[in-house]
Ligand binder design. Structure first.
Ligand code: S3P
Length: 450
């Protein structure tokens, strides 16, 4: 494998061009959400947790380092096979070094929940993208639980020093925005409370934290709340029992080859072992409404999560209206859905995307800019993204990726079916969530060069 060219700014520009039919099988790397959680929750059990299929992307490696810095032992046994020897709830140790989470929003925010439940201080930092992202939404409930931010950058951003609570106060917290990260931080801190911690969410978000905590032996109850919401209650100070975790493939990563196969004529591929948790599967539902041919093969259950292989064939797509209520179940998939919409006939309106503005980049603005640079008719109206597809995108543009892995992958997918090649200014951040993306796509016949 030849090394990609790094330009003087340290970026790795990449281009994708019209490809012949994609074919073959691909196993996307382990789910990022589950990978972060298995390390953090493993550290809060006494004894050895074994993880298979851990995502070895930069984001998750940063979490592994943070967990190690707090006294748990973390070792890599073989590719994807990791062990965590935890210290137990409330028993982690003060880290001596800065917890540098790089690009990882999830790792940093969930770890804040863990630190808030311990009577010590930790300094959190990250790269230029993470330093821009809002942290108050996490710190607010953690303060109510007794934690304190000793120092912070303007607007409650990183770098910041968090002092955990001596005595965690169990609270009931209604999340102001649909966010699994806020919910998870509160629950992870609530593990140390003497009493019950409750999170109420108006829109149900990915439930990996509550599922995994229950899997490790915590008492967690989940009840419906309103039309789309949930109420999650956790009894504090459980004795978590070490477990074996098998991490399925990340639907948020499988989404890229999936859309590629739909838009490159004649394609027929199989994506193996994909996590189909209903709170993550909004993209598949939407693409099917657009006319996508996605077949679930061998649907099964593994450690309480629904999994299937997906056979995906090139399909004629049509524009649809995507309701705002679906956003939490596909929040990371809108960029690649916008790319799919560019190849659909008619208008696709994606509603209620305000949260996209605070991801690894302002994805609403950056997606619209990337589409326009490639001749796609689109606009942002309030919090909605509207794409007027023409079954064939022109391409030929250079896309600014703003340190955002998913912008890079989505626009490389666009190039595989556009008239002219699509270039992304920097593919380096792909390694945060999908190491081996380019090689894996090339094996399916994708024309990508770095
Ligand atoms: C994640 C939650 C989502 C998502 C992120 C992963 C998680 O963020 O965008 O990539 O693992 O909990 P929000 O909770 O901010 O919506």
């Amino acid at each position: 494998m030849s090394k990609p060219a790094i330009n003087s700014a340290g970026a790795i520009p990449m281009s994708a061009s019209k490809s012949r039919a994609l074919s073959g099988r691909l196993r996307a790397p382990g789910d990022k959400s589950i990978s972060h959680r298995s390390l953090l929750i493993g550290a809060l059990t006494v004894g050895r947790t074994e993880i298979e299929g851990l995502l070895e992307g930069e984001d998750v490696i940063a979490t592994a380092k943070a967990v190690r810095a707090m006294g748990a032992s973390v070792s890599r046994e073989a590719e994807g096979r990791w062990r965590v020897n935890g210290l137990g709830v409330g028993s982690l140790l003060a880290p001596r070094e800065v917890l540098d989470f790089g690009n990882a929003g999830t790792g940093s925010r969930l770890a804040m929940g863990v630190v808030a439940g311990h009577p010590f201080e930790a300094v959190f930092d990250g790269d230029a993208s993470l330093r821009k992202r809002p942290m108050r939404r996490i710190l607010d409930p953690l303060m109510q639980m007794g934690a304190e931010t000793v120092e912070q950058a303007e607007g409650g951003r990183l770098p910041l020093r968090l002092r955990g609570a001596r005595e965690v106060i169990p609270i009931t917290y209604e999340t102001p925005v649909a966010s699994a990260q806020i919910k998870s931080a509160v629950l992870l801190c609530g593990l140390s409370a003497d009493g019950e911690t409750t999170v109420i969410e108006k829109e149900a978000t990915r439930d990996h934290t509550e599922r995994m905590l229950a899997h490790f032996g915590a008492k967690v109850s989940v009840t419906p709340h309103g039309e789309h919401g949930r109420k999650i209650t956790l009894r504090g100070r459980p004795e978590l029992v070490p477990q074996k975790i098998v991490v399925p493939s990340d639907i948020s990563s499988a989404a890229f080859p999936l859309v590629a196969a739909l838009i490159v004529p004649g394609s027929d591929i199989v994506l193996e072992n994909v996590l189909l948790n209903p709170l993550r599967a909004g993209l598949i539902e939407t693409l099917r409404e657009m006319g996508a041919n996605i077949e679930e093969v061998n649907r099964r259950d593994d450690a309480g999560e629904a999994i299937a292989d997906l056979r995906v064939r090139a399909s004629a797509l049509k524009g649809v209206d995507v309701p705002a209520a679906r956003a939490p179940s596909m929040i990371d998939e809108y960029i690649v859905l916008a790319v799919a919409s560019s190849f659909a006939n008619g208008e696709t309106r994606m509603r209620g995307l305000s949260e996209l503005r605070v991801k690894e980049s302002d994805r609403l603005a950056a997606t619209a800019a990337g589409l326009k640079a490639n001749g796609v008719d689109c606009m942002v109206e309030g919090d909605d993204l509207i794409v007027r597809g023409k079954s064939q995108a022109k391409g030929g543009g250079i896309v600014e990726t703003h340190m955002d892995h998913r912008l890079a992958m989505a626009f490389l997918v666009m190039g595989l079916a556009s008239e002219k090649p699509v270039t992304v200014d920097d593919g380096a951040f792909i390694a945060t969530s999908f190491p081996g993306f380019v090689e894996n796509m090339k094996r399916l016949n994708a024309e990508i060069s770095a």
